[in-house]
Design a protein around this ligand. Structure first.
Ligand code: SF4
Length: 54
């Protein structure tokens, strides 16, 4: 919904595009804790961390 919370908590991983939509712009690696905080603070629960190796 473009709240920007994710950009605030994990600016190395999320940004808002020109339409105000959140997009992934960086890697999870090295930003795990910031992304975890962004995930729990996303008002729409739109962020999920998935173990791709599982
Ligand atoms: S992903 Fe969540 S925190 Fe990020 S802009 Fe969308 S609603 Fe806000």
């Amino acid at each position: 919904m473009g709240s920007g919370n994710c950009v605030y908590w994990a600016p190395n991983v999320f940004q808002l595009d020109d339409d105000g939509i959140a997009v992934v712009c960086g890697d999870l690696a090295g930003n795990e804790e910031a992304v975890r905080v962004a995930m729990v603070n996303c008002p729409t629960s739109a962020i999920h961390i998935v173990d791709a190796s599982a």
